[in-house]
Write a new protein. Structure first.
Lengths: 239, 274
């Protein structure tokens, strides 16, 4: 069942086309990585998928029972969050906001969902700690739990491992992979790291202001673009 | 103790105390979001707009609040607009509007009555500013501000902490940013009469910043800020009465001392220089 269908979508800033000719579908349970160089339109596309930006032309169709406010999102951290006084629990619980609507306070169910999502990502023991006292990897797990609180269907992750050390990076990739495997949640992730992307993701969308490649990760390794991006030595063709 | 009893035998002090405590509470609550959202300058900007409005109200002999409330609320909308979107960056836009309106206020006053006691009171605040009618209006409005803050607490947290996330998951963040600016505008106008246009912004800044020296959770920062704001106001008023100081300056002075104490404790708690 397709959750997202993009038909000939183009995005523009101030009349300048940033990315165009996007045709792809994302099905339930897919793990899609969007790769491409800086300025290739990855973040713009994600804004479009979140409904924060309208396409200049073409259409983004959401699957029948998916609405924009049912997509969980993990943005890149901004500098003011680094010293924001908030507990892990407060941050994760705020992911329930859109489901709660205009009603004041959070319900008991909201709190249970927040606790169970913290447990899924192994941050339950640090729920009363301050967000700013955590390590980079732990902070990302907190933001991932918050994103999970906003959705049961689809997660959009914007370069989640940005700025993490290699150990924390691997750790977070594994956590995301486990989520994808165990919960069948659909994942769309922007990544710089193509090697890891082809290893974990089921599908790859390679952008260079238009679509260079869309399809399964396995086939991507065989394409010219894939080989070039992967460094050309993936199966010894370059050596 | 006798001093406090003597203070409360004066009706004008009781009035000032009631309004001041409520306004301090509002200012401290809103201040946490303002400081963390980097909107601290909006309070300052709005108070300068309030100065212009009150100066003009004095000249054309209009009730101060009747003119200042709508003008400052309108300015709050404008400030949010420009600080979010335009080509002039947020802090410059605020500085532009606040100094601009200060200039307009001074021009109007100079052309008409000149710098009278009225203007001095608008700038530095006066304990005698409260009439029966303004007290009633101030009490009602402060309670409205506090109730709205509590009802929309979780939205204000979400918008303060991460606006992008809130917007992406379907929250209409502009509603809550506008609410924050609106409540700030009301609080600034109410507090100005006693604290003065030049000092009112400190009621939003000091308690929040002081609380952040020691508290690590959002809710505890909010509660601590409220307690600090209210108690500093009370102590400041007692000093003001005892030593015949302007109430605004006296309250800010107490806030400054508490801020220094909290900073020192926070510094040593985090291991000092090590």
């Amino acid at each position: 069942m397709p959750l997202i269908t993009c038909k000939d979508v183009a995005f523009a800033y101030d009349g300048n086309i940033v990315v165009h000719g996007l045709n792809f579908t994302v099905n339930q349970g897919d793990y899609l990585c969007i790769v491409g160089e800086n300025g290739s339109g990855k973040t713009t596309l994600m804004q479009g998928l979140l409904g924060l930006m309208r396409p200049k032309s073409g259409e983004i169709e959401l699957g029948e029972d998916l609405r924009h406010n049912q997509i969980g999102y993990m943005p890149q951290q901004n500098s003011s969050q680094k010293d924001f006084p908030a507990s892990v629990y407060e941050v994760v619980l705020s992911g329930r906001l859109s489901s709660r609507g205009a009603l004041p306070f959070y319900s008991k169910r909201d709190k249970e969902i927040a606790l169970s999502n913290m447990e899924k990502l192994g941050i339950l023991p640090m729920r009363n700690k301050s967000f700013r006292e955590l390590s980079g990897g732990q902070q990302q797990r907190v933001l991932l739990s918050r994103a999970l609180c906003a959705t049961e269907k689809m997660l959009l992750l914007d370069e989640p491992v940005n700025g993490l050390d290699p150990v924390a990076t691997l750790d977070l990739y594994r956590a995301i992979n486990d989520l994808s495997r165990d919960t069948k949640i659909t994942i769309i992730m922007i990544s710089h790291d193509v090697r890891t992307a082809v290893e974990y993701a089921s599908h790859i969308l390679h952008l260079q202001n238009s679509r260079v490649y869309f399809g399964t990760s396995d086939l991507y390794k065989e394409t010219a673009a894939g080989r070039r991006f992967l460094g050309g030595d993936i199966d010894g063709t370059n050596s | 103790m006798e001093l406090i009893l003597e203070m409360f035998s004066h009706t004008f002090i009781v009035r000032a105390m009631i309004v001041g405590l409520l306004v301090s509470l509002c200012a401290a609550l809103l201040g946490v979001s303002l400081v963390l959202k980097r909107y601290a300058m909006i309070g300052t900007g709005l108070s300068h707009v309030g100065f212009a409005a009150m100066a003009i109200a004095g000249v054309i002999d209009m009730a101060e609040l009747t003119l200042a409330l709508p003008v400052v609320v309108a300015a709050a909308f404008l400030l949010l607009r420009v600080s979010d979107s335009s080509k002039i960056k947020g802090d410059s836009a605020v500085a532009l509007i606040s100094t601009g309106s200060l200039a307009i206020g001074v021009i109007v006053v100079s052309l008409t009555t000149g710098l009278t006691l009225h203007i001095c009171n608008v700038m530095f605040g006066s304990i005698f500013a409260m009439t029966q009618a303004t007290v009633q209006l101030s009490v009602v409005l402060s309670i409205v501000v506090i109730v709205l803050f509590v009802l929309f607490y979780k939205q204000l947290f979400a918008v303060t902490y991460d606006e992008t996330f809130a917007r992406a998951t379907g929250t209409k963040t502009w509603i809550y940013k506008t609410l924050l600016a609106l409540l700030t505008a009301v609080t600034v106008v109410l507090g100005m009469q006693m604290m003065g246009a030049l000092l009112i912004a400190s009621l939003t800044l000091f308690p929040a910043l002081t609380a952040m020296r020691l508290c690590k959770r959002f809710l505890s920062v909010v509660i601590m800020a409220a307690v600090i704001g209210v108690s500093c106001f009370f102590v400041g008023m007692v000093f003001s009465f005892q030593f015949d100081l302007p109430p605004g300056a006296s309250v800010v002075g107490v806030n400054l001392v508490i801020f220094s104490v909290f900073s020192a404790i926070g510094f040593f708690k985090n291991g000092g220089l090590a």
